[in-house]
Design a protein around this ligand. Structure first.
Ligand SMILES: Nc1nc2c(c(=O)[nH]1)N[C@H]1C(S)=C(S)[C@@H](COP(=O)(O)OP(=O)(O)OC[C@H]3O[C@@H](n4cnc5c(=O)[nH]c(N)nc54)[C@H](O)[C@@H]3O)O[C@H]1N2
Ligand SMILES: Nc1nc2c(c(=O)[nH]1)N[C@H]1C(S)=C(S)[C@@H](COP(=O)(O)OP(=O)(O)OC[C@H]3O[C@@H](n4cnc5c(=O)[nH]c(N)nc54)[C@H](O)[C@@H]3O)O[C@H]1N2
Ligand code: SF4
Ligand SMILES: [Mo]
Length: 704
């Protein structure tokens, strides 16, 4: 019998990149704890980390390729048969209907998987279809469009320098639960506490008094989807007070006058009744930002998955820049990653991809090689040239994760061929012709290529696999690469994720300090590369090497904002409530509900409703109600909460496991899918991102 051993790695479930320490004996895991010596997370973990053990052991996980038989059952096939079958069906379908008949959907875990990050671009090229979709357009697409137009690359995202700032405003994010997003910030609670202990202020703007808002010095309720008005009014106030300061970037910025003119119509008095934030409060917030020694404003899910997501992100950047809180200690700063995939995918000097194509059925914009997923169903359903006939889903579950999941679920059943690479049978791939299950988590090596470039500190860490994968298992990247090679009829080029990573490290920013894969392997807790440093001048990717404060794309979209809120009635009499989402500490998107260690606790899938609203509707706490939108309806338990803004209701995302999916536990939890209510036609016209938050709904008691 082997003795107890210790393994160090990074948890790759979410963006926080927590270092973990795993004690194990043979194949048995004894404990999973935070790694005190990890230079970024310093011992922090959340309750989800222990689920890595469950994913490894889960008897419900798929371990061999399965194919649908004519009677609708699953048969197990070999990997060789599976890869041949998929590649030959893809070729047949593209030969018959054209390249664009094969669509892809890439889900969230791809961003947490180094092999997928490296090998998927080759697959997409080999497929050569315009019809690409991903979870980005139900998430952070507005961030990318704003960064692309302002800094020249969609992934150049500034991060709050939380460890040194004196003021932090968060709009539409709940990092006490989510552990941060577009901001890799392990141990948010501790970092926030430090900020407040050194006298800093923390402000939250959210229609719900969230777990994060409870920790704030000031919390302002805002009516969903009106954040762009609020931000424009804050900027307006700063111009009025002549408090703009660009500091060291004054020669690096263009568009200041255009920005000033663009926000001139958005005074605090004008936007106050629409946003629900009083004019004096907007002015007070502006005042605090300009008088703080350093300040940051970060806006996320609530301010990107909404009708004006693009405007929100642009205005957030603009606010940080005009207050001199950009690329400077304590302000919004850029990470300098050791493996820099931003520089590796530089588009400098090339035409922008935004709007290069319009979607076939409803003319939606294309950005960075993809269309918004809200149009996927109509592109499958609508006959004609380029109609989608086959779909390849990699690590995604769009039936639960994208708006009007029921329509998409119907649509995918009319496909000629549906393939999924996943570790579970889920609500989407149960309709597949073939599922390719892969090794994951503790069986894989990893390096967080994406999130290392959004972290609040520069660090680098490589995680080797803890357990070998079974002889008949494959890694995602092996499957992706094998299909790519068959599509192109080329032999294996011998590339591995490790080879690519090492090349990136050795040609990267810290190569002069000898950073390589070998060095990372010798430092299992990770390597500290220091606090964030001013670096935008060298990282900027715009052709004229200037930051654009006022791209026409955004300026022009302000008309839509004005029209919506200043010229039209916004209240929908049939659906008087605005539905927003929320996350639970013990669940991750749609796929972790089966984890033994995360199942405990009360039912979290409830509709939060303010007691005053409940009183008017005659609804009592704990009773069942029907929530309906233009799209569909669900029956759900009511939880009264004074933390909700009146007129706003909240339902968690990620639930709604359909029966017969193999994820037995989630189904018996009785959760419903918020995306049976969200509307695929509601999207941010500018970026195409789904407007998940703010969906108009009505709530009716089921007990009277
Ligand atoms: N209404 C509403 N909808 C939302 C949101 C919301 O807030 N409100 N949030 C949105 C956001 S931010 C996101 S990111 C999306 C997520 O949307 P998706 O990416 O579609 O959904 P996930 O639940 O992340 O599904 C991931 C799938 O990958 C599988 N998987 C896990 N690990 C691996 C692996 O290593 N390899 C492979 N091949 N598969 C793996 C899981 O089993 C699961 O089936 O949902 C979005 N949908
Ligand atoms: N435990 C857990 N952690 C997770 C995930 C998970 O599923 N579970 N998912 C991960 C993923 S994929 C992502 S992208 C991140 C997301 O992480 P966050 O960006 O922090 O997203 P949410 O937790 O959904 O918080 C969004 C907040 O926006 C608010 N909101 C809704 N509408 C509006 C609006 O119109 N305006 C404003 N100002 N606020 C609004 C909501 O009330 C909510 O508090 O979390 C990640 N971390
Ligand atoms: S916050 Fe939790 S899920 Fe996210 S990386 Fe850390 S331990 Fe993993
Ligand atoms: Mo996400």
């Amino acid at each position: 019998m082997q003795g107890v051993q210790t393994h160090y790695r990074t948890c790759n479930i979410c963006e926080a990149m927590c270092g973990i320490e795993i004690k194990y004996q043979g194949k048995e895991i004894l404990s999973i704890k935070g790694d005190e010596k990890d230079p970024l997370s310093k011992g922090h973990i959340c309750p989800k980390a222990v689920a890595l053990q469950d994913f490894y052991q889960d008897p419900d996980r798929l371990r061999q390729p399965i194919r649908k038989t004519e009677t609708g059952d699953w048969e197990t096939i070999t990997w060789k048969e599976a890869i041949n079958f998929v590649a030959s069906r893809f070729k047949e379908i593209q030969a018959t209907y054209g390249k664009n008949a094969l669509a892809t959907f890439l889900g969230n875990p791809n961003a947490h998987n180094m092999g997928n990050t490296f090998f998927i671009p080759f697959l997409l090229k080999a497929i050569g279809s315009k019809n690409r979709y991903s979870a980005s357009s139900v998430d952070q697409l507005p961030h990318h469009v704003a960064s692309n137009y302002m800094y020249g690359h969609g992934l150049l995202s500034p991060i709050p320098d939380i460890d040194r700032t004196d003021f932090m405003m968060m709009i539409g994010c709940n990092p006490m639960v989510s552990n941060g997003s577009m901001m890799t910030v392990p141990n948010f609670p501790k970092r926030l506490k430090n900020l407040q202990e050194r006298g800093g202020q923390f402000i939250v703007i959210d229609p719900r008094r969230t777990e994060t808002a409870e920790r704030a010095d000031q919390h302002y309720f805002i009516k969903p989807e009106t954040d762009a008005l609020f931000l424009a009014a804050v900027i307006h106030t700063i111009f009025e007070q002549e408090a703009v300061q660009l500091r060291h970037l004054s020669n690096q910025i263009k568009g200041l006058e255009q920005l000033k003119a663009a926000v001139s119509n958005f005074s605090p008095e004008k936007v106050a009744p629409v946003t629900g934030i009083a004019a004096k409060d907007i002015e007070h917030i502006a005042q605090q930002i300009v008088s703080a020694e350093s300040a940051t404003c970060h806006s996320r899910m609530g301010a990107s998955t909404q009708l004006f997501g693009g405007l929100c992100q642009w205005l957030t950047h603009a606010l940080n820049i005009i207050t001199g809180n950009f690329d400077r200690k304590g302000g919004m700063m850029f990470t300098q990653p050791a493996a820099d995939h931003i520089m590796a995918t530089s588009k400098k000097g090339k035409p922008k991809s935004y709007g290069r194509y319009q979607s076939r059925v409803s003319g939606k914009p294309y950005y960075n090689g993809e269309f918004p997923v809200g149009i996927l169903a109509e592109e499958i359903e609508t006959e004609g040239e380029d109609q989608i006939k086959a779909l390849f889903v990699i690590a995604g579950n769009p039936v639960l994760s994208t708006p009007n999941g029921l329509r998409l679920e119907q649509a995918i059943q009319q496909l000629e061929f549906l393939v999924s690479i996943d570790i579970y049978l889920n609500e989407t791939n149960r309709h597949a012709d073939i599922i390719l299950p892969v090794a994951t988590g503790l069986e894989s090596s990893n390096y967080d290529v994406v999130f290392q470039s959004m972290a609040v500190r520069n660090t680098a860490k490589y995680s080797p696999a803890l357990f070998p994968k079974a002889a008949d298992q494959r890694y995602d990247w092996e499957v992706i690469k094998a299909i790519t090679q068959q599509l192109l009829n080329i032999p294996d080029n011998g590339f591995t994720p490790e080879l690519i990573l090492d090349q990136m490290l050795q040609s990267g920013y810290y190569s002069k300090e000898g950073l390589s894969l070998e060095k990372l392997k010798a430092n299992p807790h990770g390597v500290d590369l220091g606090a964030l440093r001013p670096c935008i001048v060298e990282r900027l990717q715009t052709d004229d090497e200037l930051i654009d404060l006022a791209p026409d794309l955004f300026i022009n979209d302000l008309k839509r904002l004005e029209k919506t809120y200043f010229e039209e009635a916004t209240q929908n009499a049939n659906y008087p409530f605005a539905l927003i989402g929320r996350r639970n500490l013990r669940h991750h998107n749609t796929w972790t509900h089966n984890a033994e260690r995360l199942k405990r606790g009360r039912n979290q899938c409830t509709l939060l409703l303010h007691p005053k609203d409940a009183n008017e509707l005659g609804i009592e706490d704990g009773t069942m109600a029907q929530v309906s939108s233009k799209t569909g309806s669900v029956k759900v338990a009511i939880e009264l909460s004074e933390d909700m803004m009146c007129g706003v209701v909240s339902l968690p995302q990620g639930w709604g496991s359909r029966k017969k999916t193999g994820m037995k536990v989630a189904a018996s939890y009785g959760g419903v899918s918020i995306n049976d209510l969200t509307d695929e036609t509601r999207l941010d016209e500018l970026t195409g991102n789904a407007a998940l938050n703010g969906t108009p709904v009505k709530v009716e008691s089921l007990t009277s």
